[in-house]
Every structure is written in structure tokens, then in C-alpha cells.
Design a protein around this ligand. Structure first.
Ligand code: HSE
Length: 339
């Protein structure tokens, strides 16, 4: 399988490391011989070699903060030019998320699907805004559009709902969908100031390029929209749902809630109400005895309410380098692996 990596920041590099680490597993267990033939990154430059790039070397250069385009195989041109030129089976779209426009990622995805490449993305912009269009385009071209990493990074909540809970009617999905804000609330409870906690979340690679998207709730809102569209069969946009972030929660309010046996969590929710599908993002005071109250730091958790099993909860990483890189690996295996 020939891969194209568009975006070579935290997620792209996390995936590249896993492709090296898991090379034997991929070959032996899934009959997948993966070659990365092209990489394009807005800051680090672009590379293309139809015979496959030396990933170890590219990672070394990227981690040293140097331009990958200083290596042999430099490609002159932007991501769209590389997609147009490249012969590849699958594209990994991991550029920065713009929740308002979905660009430039949506254009990358449309271009790759039009060239009959499978696509996996961790990018919440295109998925929250244009899921049904991209699904239809992929179907028309006979390829897959996969996006496991857009919600809960590598913790496979979308696959769990689609494949493993097949046959269950899911009536509500509720949980902690943003690692940055959960990390900030956790550290504020421990006494750290909001600004310092946010800085730490950025250092850990949880936060978006513009962290307003996290703290104002937009990132969780994008995920809620993806869940509504992917699991509840609606064609909703993020603006259709109410959204509040954590910026108004003070250290005093957190301490006060704790004294009353409660803990603030930023809760994303999608549920059926009669024929309607509703969704929201807002901080809630959760009782300490509730399973979501114990989910701390960058960890995410989602509870599916189902007709057959009652509540099923998945707890796991929701952000991070290898965690999100892994979500793309899941999709790559699903698109091209043989079992
Ligand atoms: N900024 C996001 C978060 C990254 O903190 O959860 C994962 O989508």
C-alpha cells in the first residue's frame, strides 16, 4: 500500500513512528506492506518518491525542527499539487483543524477521493461539516472515507458503535470528548492556574493549534456533530447545536463543587427526543459517584445508552501523538489489510 501523508505535525509523525514500529506486525498479521511515497507539510516542506521514502531519516529531520524538503526527493508545490501528482492508494489527512471552514483539509480530501485514494483523517473540520458529501463521494469512487481519529483519537469509539454494537439501537451518547479541557479542569482542581494548565496541555500535544477551539467548546462541538451525523443519521452542522466551554469556570467554582461532592466536566451529548436528534456541549457538575467523574487528565470517556445492553462505556486516550497516530493506523488496516 502506497501512502501519502498530508500534514506532518504531531499526528503525522506519531503515525510514521508506528509504521516503523509495527512494520512486522503489519506484514505478518495483515499482509500490509506500507510505503510512504509522499509527505506534505505547510511548515516542513514536501517530499515525493514513488519508490518510497526513508521514514527514519524523515522523522530524524522533522524532530530536529529542520525542513524535510532539505532531504533528497524534495517536491516543489503544495499539498494539492502533491495529491495531483502522487500515485498512492491512501491519503492520511492530518493538517490542522479549522472547524469554521474545514479548509484546507476538505479540499485535500476531495482531491484524493476524486483520484480514487482511500482517505483517513483525524481532522474534525471536514468531518463535522461535510461528512455526508465526503461519504457519497467516496462511495461513488469505490473507496473508503474513514475518520476514527476525529473522536477520542485512537480509542475506537466510532468502530465500537458501528461494528461491535451492531444491532443495538443507540439512544444517547454522552461523554468527555475534549482532552485539553479535561486536563485543565483536573489540574485546576489540584491548584494550578488556568493559564499554566493550558500551557501544559499544549506541551503535551493535546491542544489545538489555536486552543480557543478547545476551551470554548468548539472541538467538543465538532465531535458531537460527527457523532450525530455518523450514528444518528442526521445532516447537522456544528452551528445547529448549543455550545459552552470552560472559560467561565473559576478555581473557586471548582473548589465549591468539590466541597459538595461534585466535579466539573465538559460534557458532550447527542440524544434522541421523539423523532428529533438533539445535541449539546456544556460544563456540568457531575456527581463524584458517576463514572465520568473519575475520568481525569487528557483521558476521554463515552457512554452509549443502548436498547439491548443498557449503558456501555469506553474510557481511553482522546488526544496525543501516538494515540492519534494510531487512529490512522486502524483506518489503514481496515482499508487495506487482509485478515
Ligand atoms: N484538542 C483536542 C483535545 C485534540 O484536546 O481533545 C483531540 O481531538
Amino acid at each position: 500500500m502506497k501512502l501519502l501523508l498530508i500534514g506532518f505535525g504531531t499526528v503525522g509523525q506519531g503515525l510514521a513512528e508506528l509504521l516503523i514500529e509495527k512494520r512486522n506486525t503489519l506484514l505478518e498479521q495483515y499482509k500490509l506492506d506500507i510505503q510512504v511515497v509522499g509527505i506534505s507539510d505547510m511548515l516542513k516542506g514536501s517530499l515525493y518518491d514513488a519508490k518510497g521514502l526513508d521514514l527514519d531519516k524523515v522523522l530524524e529531520v522533522a524532530k530536529a525542527g529542520k525542513k524535510i524538503s532539505d532531504l533528497p526527493g524534495a517536491f516543489e508545490g503544495d499539498a494539492l499539487a502533491l495529491i495531483a501528482k502522487a500515485r498512492a492508494d491512501m491519503m492520511v489527512e492530518a493538517t490542522y483543524t479549522d472547524i469554521k471552514t474545514g479548509e484546507p483539509a476538505t479540499s485535500h480530501i476531495r482531491a484524493a477521493l476524486n483520484k480514487k485514494m482511500h482517505v483517513t483523517t483525524t481532522n474534525k473540520g471536514p468531518t463535522a461539516l461535510f461528512l455526508s458529501e465526503l461519504n457519497e463521494l467516496a462511495k461513488k469512487k469505490g473507496v473508503k472515507f474513514l475518520y476514527e481519529g476525529t473522536v477520542m483519537s485512537g480509542s475506537p469509539m466510532l468502530n465500537l458503535a458501528r461494528e461491535t454494537l451492531a444491532g443495538c439501537n443507540i439512544t444517547q451518547v454522552k461523554g468527555i470528548l475534549n482532552g485539553t479541557t479535561n486536563y485543565i479542569l483536573t489540574r485546576m482542581e489540584e491548584g494550578l492556574a488556568y493559564e499554566d494548565a493550558l500551557k501544559k496541555a499544549q506541551e503535551l500535544g493535546y491542544a489545538e493549534a489555536v486552543p480557543d477551539a478547545d476551551v470554548l467548546g468548539w472541538d467538543a462541538l465538532a465531535k458531537v456533530t460527527i457523532i450525530a451525523n455518523a450514528m444518528f443519521g442526521v445532516k447537522a452542522k456544528p452551528d445547529d447545536f448549543p455550545c459552552r466551554g470552560i472559560t467561565e469556570i473559576t478555581a473557586e467554582a471548582i473548589a465549591d463543587a468539590k466541597a459538595r461532592g461534585k466535579r466539573f466536566k465538559l460534557i458532550g451529548k447527542v440524544w434522541r427526543e421523539g423523532d428529533a436528534v438533539k445535541a449539546s456541549v456544556a460544563p456540568e457538575e457531575v456527581d463524584m459517584s458517576h463514572p465520568l467523574a473519575g475520568v481525569m487528565g487528557g483521558t476521554n470517556a463515552i457512554t452509549f445508552t443502548t436498547d439491548i445492553l443498557g449503558d456501555v462505556t469506553i474510557v481511553g486516550p482522546g488526544a496525543g501523538r501516538s494515540e492519534t497516530g494510531y487512529s490512522a493506523l486502524i483506518d489503514i488496516i481496515h482499508a487495506g489489510g487482509k485478515r
